[in-house]
Design a protein around this ligand. Sequence first.
Ligand code: SF4
Length: 282
Amino acid sequence: MSEGTATCTTCPRHCVIAPGTLGACHARTNQGGMVVPAGYDHVTSLAVDPIEKKPIARWKSGSTVLSLGSYGCNLRCPWCQNHGISQVGEGDVPWRSISPQELVGLARRLNSEDSRMVGVAYTYNEPLVRWEYVRDCGELVHEAGLANVLVSAGCVMPEVVREVAPLIDAANIDLKAFRSESYRMLGGDLATVQETIRLLAAMPTCHLEVTTLVVPGVNDTHAEIGDLAAWLASVDSQIVLHISRFFPNWRMRDRGPTPVSRVYELADVARQHLCHVYTGNC
Ligand code: SF4
């Protein structure tokens, strides 16, 4: 390693970062030999969303959550619907700083105006590339008597999951495929995501749902979705699975949307293993 570099241990990429430069996610930097979040409290998107939009189907139905995102991601899914924030850095997108204290103040106010607004969702881009912000906000959100919702691809090291898991009341983790080679194409690692799912499923305080976007030619076989659902069921057959329809986006425009009939078929395959399977985008 060259002098002054530091290795980031947040995700399996383990970027070696030179001082003042960024890791592959555009969200972590080397400050004095320490890897820290770049743009710790930078927020690009802020909205009150229905919980069903996360998607979370079986936890506090009818509620809303103050949802926020930043920029950056450690994965490179060519179909990303949020590539305008996930695949860019600080200089490429408008942002504003929102400290954990400000965020919780806003959440408290929204909750006092409408009690259906139950908490804060960390979402839109990958929140765990700045897990320290999720942790710091999450602690204050709980002190305020509100809930934390995590929407993540889950491709971070177990130490990171253990830091935030006790603060998370509901999570939706993207399980993008069930083949290691597919994850390698995205810059991720299947085994790491599986461990995240196992850790969250083992938390009695965390309601867990999983989403799989069915992409034609990538993960749309009965065999793959069957394997995926059987594995989830081996963790806990009560885990909710969303089988979701792909639409062409960003760098994947060479194929059409997933046929609706295929989504329904694959949901039936998953139902052979899991108690709660939903279809999305159909
Ligand atoms: S979180 Fe970012 S900087 Fe750290 S290893 Fe992953 S891609 Fe690299």
